[in-house]
Design a binder for this molecule. Sequence first.
Ligand code: ATP
Ligand code: MG
Length: 720
Amino acid sequence: MDVTPILENLNDAQREAVTAPAEPTLVIAGAGSGKTRVLVHRAAWLIDVEHVSPQSLLAVTFTNKAAAEMRGRIESLLGLPVQHLWIGTFHGLAHRLLRRHWREAKLPQSFQIIDADDQQRIIKRLLRSMEIDDGRYTPREIQYFVNKQKDEGLRPRHLDDDGDPERRQMITVYAAYEEVCERGGLVDFAELLLRAHELWRDNAELLAHYRQRFGHILVDEFQDTNAIQYAWLRLLAGNSGVPFAVGDDDQSIYRWRGARVEHILKFQRDFPGARVVKLEQNYRSTGTILNAANAVIAHNSARMGKNLWTEGSAGEPIRIYAAYNERDEAEFIVGRLRDWSDQGNARQDAAILYRSNAQSRVLEEALINARIPYRVYGGLRFFERQEIKDALAYLRLTLNRDDDASFERIVNRPTRGIGARTVEEMRSYARANACSLWRAAGALASDVLAGRAAKAVLAFMTLIERLERETRELALEDKVDHVIAMSGLVEFYKKEKGEKGATRIENLEELVSAAKSFEPDPAAEMQPLDEFLAHAALEAGEGQADAWDDCVQLMTMHSAKGLEFPLVFLAGMEDGLFPHQRSAADPDGLEEERRLCYVGITRAMRTLYISYAEQRRLHGTDSFSLPSRFIREIPAEYVEEIRPKVRVSRSGQRPGRASPVPDAAAESGLSLGQRVHHRKFGDGIVLNCEGHGPHARVEVNFETAGTKWLVLAYANLDLM
Ligand code: ATP
Ligand code: MG
């Protein structure tokens, strides 16, 4: 067989997958084994060798960034640009469909996407207007409930309260929330998916058209699809489509968002006879890193199980640093980054990964002090900043007056004398008349409101009408520029003192540049402003604009999925933080955290540092923690401990330590399985001991009180 360049640099198993006949195919393989590479080559193979039209391919990736990269790689393999190739995230693709078929989807043409923050505000407002005590249900809980139902494909009418009054209440709020969105033409993230599914489910002709069109469906990170995404794929594939999915059960990390790794098994049931290809060679990491990752994930019981190996060298040991506190940890990382640059390496090849966004602040401060350029993914979300959302709200209102979320956001920003009372009146009018706030404002201003308030409201409405008129014919960036200039936001933020105000104004200017450099996707067939606003909403979760070269990358382990870096730091590896306290107690939760750890470790190609702090201030409180149990799960042969700088010994604080996981049992005279008595909890058995000195803790299974972790120094346990 002629080997086209498309098949070069693929191993046999990868080649089998890339050239598989047009039948359902599932590639299940561990991290760094070339799954994404296979997907890219498959697309190029289909177009170049099988002469499949790019129009017939639909490729689903996990982020917009990954989508852009995939398109670039396909084009470079083919040596030509490919248009009309649909590549995107589930949300992005669903959105595109809804724009094309807004009528069939029963949406207004100018529908707008709302993000999680808008969604929460709407729910908060609803709870207030429905006079539901939000001490009982936090808006966040309701939001979670609503999204969960949507992710499962369930509308309020499908839900049964099972005689449970609390559930009934939740369902009522869900229904009311749907009404608000319906009225305002607002679509949240989960709704995008649900609507897109209903669009095909309920329009046989449309479905037939897309089934005909998309003969080949390529899906990356398949293990993290949720129920509605899977249903959507299943619907599209029908009985003749060719789904080609790649994934890794060990990297399923979005269960909390409804992802179901079980879809891997379901795929094999739904497409009987599906070809299953396993890839076992890892090309990303050194032997040491790979073995460490394999050892950690082996502690999970719910696994399909696989064997990953590498031809590469063992490489450097994994270095573990026990920091005194979070600042010491940040200093340590900064020091290693300096060495990295001094050795002539590129900064963007280094990534600092952490469990939760809040951890980035201290790291950022240290990087700023050291003048090391960095970039945060996800943490500082450009499109989610207050001033940016304000400007976007003006733009959105020019497109759609019934967008209540935007209306409320800017009706009195900049301050124009429309007080909380007036807004409250509008809300109740809107509620009573089932109309949008814009309509309510119009009705109230013309007869009910007092002179001054009425004047202010009318001035606001006139401003919006005028902005719409004046910008109708303008190019996208001029539109954005004009709307910002006329909105009064710049003057408003100028009044904000110091750095903050200045930064906000810079950001508003940055929004104009973002509009300028925005490249509409020709396959999207949308108005540029619609597309730009959708991009702003969909991109929000992914971070800043892309033009940041030579920066160290900071991100959560969740956002690092699919990426790779020569140098990786896993920071904050402490019990309670990672595994997260919320998950540690529940076995499924713990296994998901461990998968996340596996994802973190396997991002590293050459060098991996793991650090933890004995004392950490997070969210304003100090806590003392033990090293993460995941550190202990890495066999000692792969690890090298870095001794901290010698420092002044404090009471109870040892300057260095012998092992990253000291054993409390030896110090205290306790042993595992020992029976003990506690004054309050009664009799129990020691299950586990961790830490040393004042940090030593024991886990005791009490006969009546259940399992508890206790600080040894305070527990006053009697040995029995
Ligand atoms: P993850 O599970 O993290 O998403 P993956 O399975 O998608 O990983 P890729 O990102 O596709 O893996 O590949 C990992 C690295 O190995 C990439 O740098 C890729 O270019 C390289 N690679 C994959 N296959 C080969 C091969 N046959 N020859 C050389 N390099 C390869
Ligand atoms: Mg991948």
